[in-house]
Design a protein around this ligand. Sequence first.
Ligand SMILES: [Zn+2]
Length: 133
Amino acid sequence: MTEKGISDCTRTLLDGKQMMEIPTTTNGWTFTDDEIGHLPKFPIKCRICDTAMFMRHSSVGHKEGWDVAVNQICYKCPVCDWFITFEVRRPIEEIDAILEHRGGKQRLVPLDMWLTHEEEELIKEKLESLGYV
Ligand SMILES: [Zn+2]
């Protein structure tokens, strides 16, 4: 049986109920080997207004004893504010490499992916006028 989106998953019968085994890693994402960590191999468009969404933030981590780790990646629509979260399961070595690129910080807030160049310049000008830059 193949269903949209879960064709790579294996299924087993447990206590008479059909259960889905969750794969230990997912492959819909490209490992970037930098502080970003993972980018989708598919377009992420808002289901409400069809606008391209941007990465709002990402957090990586794993727990002791786990053989997989997670990059929790959140995307936001710049038009209607719809917000989604992906939990990208990857090998611990890959998540540790991202942590190293981030200087040990689990969370990344990629401000440069939120703003257009013009918006960034406007904010910079405002900060400079207030004496912050
Ligand atoms: Zn939207």
